[in-house]
Write a protein that binds this ligand. Structure first.
Ligand SMILES: CC(C)(COP(=O)(O)OP(=O)(O)OC[C@H]1O[C@@H](n2cnc3c(N)ncnc32)[C@H](O)[C@@H]1O)[C@@H](O)C(=O)NCCC(=O)NCCS
Ligand SMILES: Nc1ncnc2c1ncn2[C@@H]1O[C@H](COP(=O)(O)OP(=O)(O)OP(=O)(O)O)[C@@H](O)[C@H]1O
Length: 196
């Protein structure tokens, strides 16, 4: 089984690329954000550790994490972000390794692991290749405003919490430029899959 890590900054189109590769090539997909969200549900070890550090003010009326409140805290303060990362990231990686083991037993051909922080968290240890989805910052900003209603300051804060282009380029084996029409991205992806 080939294990590919798909990374890149917020709003680069990683999720869209994953969907395309799943539909066209039947790749098994695993999204680090989704794994993280499940591990942060009320009653989990991760949830308890987050509440112990950040306090009950970050809960909503149902007692679940209020992701907007937590996001406002951590993206405004690097120290708080690193505390949250320290709680969540090791458990996410462990869970992803279990998923990989399950797919290996099913003799899956291609598994894609998607996340913005694969380099920081050393996913090269568990992936055969890392692919960088690149989109010019100004275009990512426009797409995030349009699709998610993110304000400029939120985009700036998240950009600052992620790696710059040169570090993504240095650590990744392939680059996919998704700054243009998605049809152009599909052509790049088809070529890469043929090469694999
Ligand atoms: C801060 C949180 C609560 C915000 O949740 P929310 O639902 O509003 O946004 P979402 O999770 O979809 O994140 C939006 C985007 O922000 C970026 N982002 C998320 N966490 C981080 C982080 N720790 N460092 C840098 N960028 C991040 C990613 O590009 C992500 O796609 C959440 O992202 C979180 O718990 N992050 C810390 C854990 C983490 O890193 N998860 C992602 C991979 S495991
Ligand atoms: N080539 C493209 N042209 C126009 N819009 C695009 C293109 N690729 C992706 N998008 C749009 O840009 C937005 C961000 O894409 P997506 O959610 O896939 O990013 P992401 O990299 O998964 O972000 P995150 O790091 O937050 O998970 C979405 O609304 C998506 O539909």
């Amino acid at each position: 089984m080939k294990i590919i890590g798909i990374t890149g900054g917020v709003g680069a189109g990683k999720t869209q690329i994953l969907e395309y590769l799943n539909n066209k090539y039947g790749a098994t997909i695993c999204m680090a954000d989704e794994v993280g969200k499940k591990l942060q549900k009320k009653g989990t070890e991760c949830f308890d550790e987050i509440v112990a550090h950040f306090g009950e003010e970050i809960l909503d009326e149902k007692g679940e994490l209020d992701r907007t409140k937590l996001s406002d805290i951590v993206f405004a303060d690097r120290v708080e972000l690193s505390v949250l990362n320290g709680i969540v990231h090791p458990k996410v990686k462990e869970e992803i390794q279990k998923k990989i083991a399950r797919e290996e037993r099913k003799s899956t051909n291609l598994m894609l692991i998607e996340g913005a922080l694969l380099i920081e968290d050393h996913y090269e240890e568990i992936c055969d290749e890392l692919w960088y989805v690149y989109v010019e910052d100004s275009i990512r900003r426009k797409r995030l405003k349009y699709a998610r209603g993110y304000e400029d300051c939120k985009v700036d804060q998240i950009f600052e919490a992620q790696l710059p282009k040169d570090l993504f380029m240095r650590h990744c084996d392939r680059v996919i430029d998704n700054s243009g029409q998605f049809e152009e991205t599909k052509i790049q992806l088809n070529k890469i899959i043929e090469d694999l």
